[in-house]
Write a protein that binds this ligand. Structure first.
Ligand SMILES: [Mn+2]
Length: 302
């Protein structure tokens, strides 16, 4: 942390880059960092390599996010938030600048001048608060909302295994500083288009049980995506929601979801199946009757 503050000290005009397909943690962290830097008299621009996802359009400071494929010309240094390498940002030219790398994932190429990785943090947002405090910035209500979004989304609404006492204490602190839990949840999770809800229904109604009921699976054929007129971003989201929904089923131990994807090889469109699975923690290792659980990843292709 000392090294990070030392690196920031003499520098100004930062491009703060979130990763491609930005999530609540990378966007909330990037914007909160921009507010903290502003408090200590430093200029920064938050850059993302695509348009801002609609459900994050309400975030404090969202109007300052610049969607660009190339780093702004007036940037003098860059801070990458949750990017495993420069390319992960989806923004070109960052590697020509002096760089600070902030991440809580262990899989990180350690590519910057200063690399600050803390895998014990449930969200990068928790590291950003540490940094803001070290810089002497105050935790404002806007920053608290942004950092609450970071920890809310990265813990899967406080359901994933990274939900520990520290994450909950952090969330509590954000609420005490003005974050509104119910409003934020509604903004983040209550803005799905009808097409995505229908797609979720398609997935859930395809639910089948095999292997004597020990394995349940759902599948989403490409035709469902076409029928529901979904955009690419909805497809992954519907898959995730379907997996989430299947977790509530009392007897399930593992939840594979198969999605059909269209691929182009040598100009000819072809079909591929892609599978993802989730396993219930309390049943990890066995399928209830003592039999070993099936492989975590179901083989791709069909
Ligand atoms: Mn994260």
């Amino acid at each position: 942390m000392e090294q990070v503050a030392e690196w920031l000290g003499p520098r100004d005009d930062f491009a703060i880059a979130s990763h491609a397909d930005p999530d609540g943690d990378s966007l909330g962290s990037s914007l909160a960092l921009a507010f903290a830097l502003e408090q200590v008299g430093k200029r920064s621009t938050v850059v993302i390599g695509q348009s801002l996802p609609r459900r994050y359009g309400w975030l404090p400071g969202a109007s300052r996010v610049v969607s660009t494929s190339h780093v702004p010309a007036d940037s003098r240094a860059t801070i990458l938030v949750e990017c495993s390498d420069f390319a992960r940002s989806g923004v070109l030219g960052l590697d020509t600048l002096e760089a600070l790398n902030i991440d809580h994932h262990t899989k990180n190429a350690m590519y910057a001048d200063v690399n600050w990785i803390d895998s014990s943090a449930a969200a990068t947002g928790m590291m950003i608060l540490e940094l803001a405090t070290a810089l002497g910035a105050e935790l404002t209500a806007d920053m608290a909302a942004l950092l609450y979004v970071a920890v809310l989304t990265d813990t899967g609404s406080f359901q994933h295994s990274n939900t520990d006492a520290r994450a909950m204490a952090f969330a509590s602190k954000m609420l005490a500083h003005g974050a509104k839990a119910s409003e934020i949840s509604e903004q983040v999770y209550g803005d799905y288009p009808a097409a995505r809800i229908h797609l979720l229904g398609d997935a859930l109604s395809s639910l089948k049980r095999i292997a004597g009921g020990r394995i349940a699976y759902m599948f989403l054929p490409f035709s469902a995506f076409e029928r529901r007129r979904t955009r690419p971003g909805h497809r992954w989201g519907a898959g995730q929601s379907a997996l989430q929904g299947s977790r509530t089923w009392r007897d399930a131990h593992q939840y594979p979801l198969r999605r059909q994807r269209r691929c182009r090889r040598g100009g000819e469109p072809s079909w591929r199946w892609r599978s993802s699975t989730r396993r219930r923690l309390s049943n990890r290792g066995t399928c209830g009757d003592g039999a070993p659980a099936p492989a975590r990843r179901v083989a791709r292709g069909a």
